[in-house]
Design a protein around this ligand. Structure first.
Ligand code: FAD
Length: 487
């Protein structure tokens, strides 16, 4: 059963019993709660597409590991072509969902673990890689949805981990037993984990000598004993809780991006699910390899799909309003296209220039420089796209009445008349498209895009670390015939 049907996915999720809280209350079923349901729907769609002849090539890949076709989100890239296919899948899923594909962080975490467990085994004689591959086989055979968790609460950023008054502000191993480890701490801002089967946990940062208990990576079922999810809650969540017409929310089926804090209160992890424990020099490698993959994804693929949704809505509004020949609107839409294509180009370049990392591992990762450039670039261009969409959409993007007015006999005729722009388009459609623009421009995607895959300072630091400028300096010296002192 390497590809589950959407129905099987939902049934398998119903068997999990994660401990989830939202808005001060226990969520008894993530399938039924209106907000957690959006994550179920988004993950479920990834199962639909994998079986759909129209999208199968994008959403699946043949896995030599188990000798079967698997969902692309459980597959580890073994070539540049695989990376390109993943870049295309990132855009496809984002534009179809208009939100996160929640299987993406787990996918990126697989790449970091596949590469680094291989390297640890080579250099240290550990047994992590075989263990990880057994785990990956299990995930592929059962077509599991896997979330990924790195980000931690952390203490004062002025101090090192060992100086924090609370040692659990970074996830910590509290016990090493013959059968496994026990961990305590939390991960924050974790996308969609409560509606996934599994959670892969990586360190958030590099670690130094003395911090061995924080150098840990493992996988757990999402309903493992001791795990609690405390979900995000926003005006959008409250609105969805009460909405009797989901079109009010802009993105009716898939919603905003849902995250939670994941608390690990003395969670036991058997050794066969532990992929890094104490080898502190390798924590940083896991993190940078994760970032390399995730920044291509976030910067150069999924936001391209989001931009397609925004551009589509702007084109419809332009037509509803009779603005098709207005030069500055066409210029703004052209600017959006350029921003979108620049984002796509960075993502595709990161995939095209990808390399086997480390050499001999068989794992392909996107190009480090282009992955970071992709994410840095998109942070600004996504805000800009939202600003342009706000201009084209007009004030209505934030002043819209409820769709219920179209069913209210006292207001229906007024709303239909005065929000029609005098066009032939039913007013309901006009309002829905503006609601979609509201979801993008006045929702949570701006900050979400900025911070997802790390804030811009992280990408700048990485670029400053990897770009050496020897080539550029040499060019100038050659042009000016400047000789080195000792030559
Ligand atoms: C929608 C969304 C989904 C996400 N999904 C996931 C997920 O699935 N899994 C996951 O692991 N994470 C996820 N994240 C977390 C994301 O990676 C982090 O939000 C991001 O790394 C920023 O961390 P932070 O939120 O703790 O902000 P902070 O680290 O507090 O950053 C705030 C500001 O402080 C600066 N800063 C912080 N620390 C330092 C320092 N030591 N020195 C100098 N400057 C500093 C930052 O550069 C930034 O300007 C998600 C985030 C969002 C918004």
């Amino acid at each position: 059963m390497a590809l589950m049907t959407p129905e099987q996915f939902e049934a398998s999720l119903a068997e999990r019993k994660p401990r989830v809280f939202m808005n001060g209350k226990r969520v008894e079923s993530v399938l039924e709660n209106p907000n957690t349901r959006t994550v179920v729907e988004a993950n479920k769609a990834s199962y639909e597409w994998a079986l759909d002849p129209r999208y199968r090539d994008i959403m699946t890949s043949y896995s030599p590991l188990i000798g079967e076709t698997v969902n692309r989100y459980t597959y580890v890239s073994a070539s540049k072509e695989d990376l390109e296919a993943k870049a295309k899948a990132g855009t496809f899923t984002a534009e179809m969902l208009g939100t996160c594909i929640y299987r993406c962080v787990g996918y990126d975490a697989f790449h970091a673990l596949a590469a680094t467990t291989w390297e640890m085994d080579q250099k240290l004689g550990t047994l992590y890689h075989g263990r990880f591959l057994e785990y990956l086989k299990m995930v592929q055979k059962n077509d599991l949805s896997v979330a990924g968790a790195l980000t931690e609460p952390r203490g004062s950023r002025k101090k090192r981990t060992l100086e924090w008054s609370d040692p659990f502000l970074s996830l910590k191993v509290t016990e090493r037993r013959p059968d496994g480890i026990v961990v305590r701490g939390a991960k924050i801002n974790i996308s969609g984990a409560f509606a996934s089967h599994e959670l892969v946990v990586l360190p958030q940062s590099s670690h130094a000598e003395g911090e061995e208990d924080y150098a840990v990576a493992f996988a757990v079922p999402t309903d493992a004993e001791g795990i609690t999810y405390i979900c995000q809650y926003s005006p959008y969540s409250a609105e969805r809780d009460q909405a009797d017409d989901l079109y009010e929310l802009g993105n009716p089926r898939f919603g905003q991006r849902e995250t939670s804090m994941v608390v690990f209160d003395n969670v036991f992890v058997p050794w066969e699910r532990v992929f890094h424990c104490g080898e502190y020099p390798y924590s940083g490698k896991i993190v940078t390899r994760f970032a390399r993959t995730h920044r291509m994804t976030c910067g150069g693929t999924c936001k391209v799909g989001f931009m397609n949704q925004i551009i589509g809505a702007c084109k419809l509004v332009q037509e509803y309003k009779g603005l098709e020949k207005v030069q500055h609107i066409n210029d703004q839409i052209t600017e959006m296209v350029v921003l979108r294509e620049t984002g796509r180009a960075c993502g595709m370049a990161a995939a095209r220039l990808g390399t086997e990392e480390p050499p001999g591992s068989g794992v392909f990762l996107p190009d480090e420089v282009m992955g970071n450039v992709a994410k840095l670039n998109i942070c600004n261009s996504f805000w800009r796209t939202m600003a342009l969409a706000g201009d084209i959409g007009g004030g209505l993007v934030v002043t819209l009445p409820s769709l219920k007015e179209l069913k209210n006999p006292e207001t229906q005729a007024y709303v239909e008349e005065f929000y029609s722009f005098g066009s032939d388009e039913p007013t309901e459609n006009i309002l829905k498209v503006h609601k979609l623009l509201q979801h993008w421009t006045a929702g949570q995607h701006g900050v979400g895009t900025w911070h997802g895959a790390g804030p811009v300072a992280a990408q700048r630091i990485m670029l400053q670390r990897v770009v050496k400028f020897d080539h550029e300096k040499e060019l100038v010296k050659r042009t000016l015939n400047i000789k080195d002192k000792d030559s």
